[in-house]
Design a binder for this molecule. Sequence first.
Ligand SMILES: Nc1ncnc2c1ncn2[C@@H]1O[C@H](COP(=O)(O)OP(=O)(O)OP(=O)(O)O)[C@@H](O)[C@H]1O
Ligand SMILES: [Mg+2]
Length: 334
Amino acid sequence: MTTPLMTARDLRVRFELPAQGLFQKPRVLQAVSGVDFTLMPGETLGVVGESGSGKSTLARALIGLVPASGHAVWQDGTNLIGLSPRRMLKYRSEIQMVFQDPLASLDPRMTVGQIIAEPLLTHRKDLGRDEIRLRVKDMMDRVGLLPNQINRYPHEFSGGQCQRIGIARALIVEPKLVICDEPVSALDVSIQAQVINLLGDLQRDLGLALIFIAHDLSVVKHISDRVLVMYLGRVMELAEAEALYADPRHPYTQALLSAVPVPDPVLERAKRIIPLRGELPSPMNPPSGCVFRTRCPRAEALCATERPELQGGGHLTACHFPGALRPEELSKAG
Ligand SMILES: Nc1ncnc2c1ncn2[C@@H]1O[C@H](COP(=O)(O)OP(=O)(O)OP(=O)(O)O)[C@@H](O)[C@H]1O
Ligand SMILES: [Mg+2]
């Protein structure tokens, strides 16, 4: 059997927020509450959930940018959680990140060549200037940038091109895993597909694993091998992409999927969007039992008292009553 590239077990991130009043205690915000997943080499895991569900915090925890507890065990057996910055450095070349806002994540005072070369200067001190220049130009070509633009500055590029620069910079050190945190959310819809396709092509050509974070299930549909659905810092459902889209078992996944537009106008008109009741609860004060129960059309007394475990063989669901919502439950949701 192949060893997973990464195995996350009971991963948790809590933020302590300052007390509001003089005599109040500091408040605790649990942004990630016991996340488990495995990632195989070369696999693409889509991570989806509403704003505030903890997707970015999860990503940041995996590369040591926020303090976390639990396990994120790398292929070589090392738990990346809690590693010293010095020991983490080795893994920082194997795990790279691509961020949401392409222009803001690039230093405006550096040329494209300098930006893309920077990780090589940190991680590959053995390489000479000419070799670095060669690799940068080759990478620019791979991501669809013109190598003769190597001396240009980020502001001279469009949003989509800036994201290509960010991707080139992430790939230049030949990582095994690239974590893309909403890499296309800030781009025009027409450009989004180009960047997603580029990531998919590079992933196949280079044998990379990807963790691809998005708000929306439609964005990760075609690129993901498996999809993880997050809500309030917890995993609600984790399954092969095909199974998840064809047979979503968690009511939250069903609600998210119902909001995805269907290309066929007839089907689109006939479609029933499952509205979620109320607001997203605060992660500072999450509901007891199942964290989704306050918005779930199927919630029963048990859901308030017992937290459902993530279970179910290959198609994992954290729900006491998984399965397709019935028509009467749909009307309860509205
Ligand atoms: N540095 C921080 N200090 C305190 N709270 C934080 C910090 N970073 C994130 N949070 C909180 O943790 C929770 C999860 O945030 P996170 O940014 O991970 O969500 P997200 O799923 O990435 O959302 P979005 O889709 O908006 O990017 C939120 O309630 C957020 O306010
Ligand atoms: Mg985020």
